[in-house]
Design a protein around this ligand. Structure first.
Ligand code: GUN
Ligand code: ZN
Length: 434
């Protein structure tokens, strides 16, 4: 028999969607809970006493009052932008040209790509994130570096070569044909290898010709079980530019739709300034939207209608969007999602924020059967949080009368100090005793 490990601590286990039912009906909370893991998978979740009786020979790792959750899932990032995060004073297109593209050019050097991929994954694991969906750069070596660094850490990740054939520096351009060929080669190399998943990745309509979008659409039609990630309606200037570049399109989404790039498995980052037709089509095809709240405020993009989309049942993921986002932390990202909700008059409950950062993102990535909840059969990708990680958080959570009030100060004020450690397929990482 495979040996079982029991992790004990507080547990929050979502069995429903807190946007569809009241949060208290969507979750089981155990003040003294346990998660049983064997062979890198969760085998049981429940009260510690019950699980200890059921597994008398298990190795017990006691996390005390640590809160055991599924590892955070960051549904839209640019790992190559790690080095230029927090670059000042520009809006989207200027920000890309001034800060982003010069940094992405450096990934022509495979050694640089490898070093940044290692730095990126160490950083996100320290922040409690166990899975990400990332854009790489145009360079195939940046994709190789990404998947190799993730595989070395055992992480389930989604990534893809960013394709651009116009409106970017020469060193970042491919063509319709090379984008297709290189993406296909990488896809065949990485998609389904271990825990790696390939996403077809046209950056966004302004940096692709219609021919390139069509080539990406053709590739997606050949590999429909791959995800397709891109950007949609992030800033009003960008939308106006798309109109001039694609005069025949009905709207921004139509630039993708007309080229075979709208469908289930489509991950559309930002999606802030949508027309009614776009909203209806995204719902109709069951596409995924990705909320990037720190980025949307940092770059000055706007306020995503998270509550509307989530209560409508749309697949919505939560994401840092580093380096447009200003933090690697999904705690900070949940805080920003709360603040954006407040600005829209629809504050998200802590249960909804935690769900978005775990099960919601998993659902957006169509991986809800594998990651994102504490349930038997799921991968043992976990984070253990300290709900009293700083004096200011501790004094507030000490007054809490329920788990939501106990966790909310960590959501709003927490950072990597609140992360005691993670488990990736059952392997502990980052804990003080490691
Ligand atoms: N739109 C196209 N490329 C990018 C990018 O790298 N970051 C963000 N935030 N938006 C984009
Ligand atoms: Zn992005």
């Amino acid at each position: 028999m495979t040996p079982t490990t029991l992790l004990t601590g507080q547990t929050l286990c979502f069995h429903g969607d807190p946007f569809a039912t009241h949060w208290d009906d969507a979750v089981i909370y155990e003040a003294h809970g346990a998660v049983a893991i064997a062979d890198g998978r969760i085998t049981a979740v429940g009260p510690a006493t019950t699980l200890k009786q059921a597994h008398p020979h298990a190795t017990v790792i006691d996390h005390g009052n640590g809160l055991i959750l599924p590892g955070f899932i960051d549904a839209h990032v640019h790992y190559p932008q790690t080095g230029m995060i927090a670059s000042w004073g520009k809006r989207l297109i200027d920000w890309l040209n001034t800060y982003t593209f010069p940094e992405e050019l450096k990934f022509a050097d495979p050694a640089y790509a490898r070093a940044m991929a290692d730095l990126y994954f160490d950083t996100v694991l320290a922040n409690g994130t166990t899975s990400v969906a990332s854009f790489c750069t145009v360079h195939s070596a940046s994709v190789t570096a990404f998947f190799e660094a993730a595989a070395a850490r055992g992480m389930l990740v989604v990534g893809g070569k960013t394709c651009m054939d116009r409106n970017a520096p020469d060193g970042l351009l491919d063509t319709a044909q090379t984008a297709y060929d290189d993406s296909k080669t990488l896809l065949n190399q990485w998609h389904g290898r271990g825990r790696s998943r390939y996403a077809i990745t046209p950056r966004f309509s302004p940096t692709s010709t219609p021919d390139q979008l069509a080539a990406m659409g053709a590739l997606w039609a050949e590999f429909p079980d791959c995800l397709m990630q891109t950007h949609l309606s992030e800033q009003t200037d960008e939308i106006a530019w798309v109109k001039t570049l694609y005069p025949e399109a009905r709207d921004y989404l139509d630039t993708y739709e007309a080229h075979g790039l709208l469908g289930p498995g489509g991950l559309y980052g930002h999606a802030i300034h949508l027309e009614p037709r776009e909203i209806a089509r995204l719902a109709e095809v069951d596409a995924s939207l990705v909320h990037c709240p720190t980025s949307n405020t940092f770059i000055g993009s706007g306020l995503f209608a998270a509550m509307d989309f989530c209560t409508a049942g749309q697949r919505v993921g939560l994401a840092t969007d580093t380096g447009g986002g200003s933090s690697f932390s999904m705690l900070r990202t949940m805080a920003a999602a709360y603040e954006v909700g407040q600005l829209r008059g629809t504050p998200l409950h802590p249960a909804q924020l935690l769900w978005l950062a775990t099960a919601g993102s998993a659902r957006a990535l169509r991986m809800e059967a594998e990651i994102g909840t504490l349930a038997p059969g799921m991968a043992a990708d976990l984070v253990v949080l300290d709900l009293a990680s700083t004096p200011s958080i501790a004094q507030r959570s000490a007054r809490a009368t329920d788990i939501w009030e106990a966790v909310f100060p960590t959501i709003m004020m927490g950072d990597d100090r609140a992360v005691r450690g993670v488990y990736v397929v059952g392997n502990a990482r980052g804990f003080a005793s490691d």
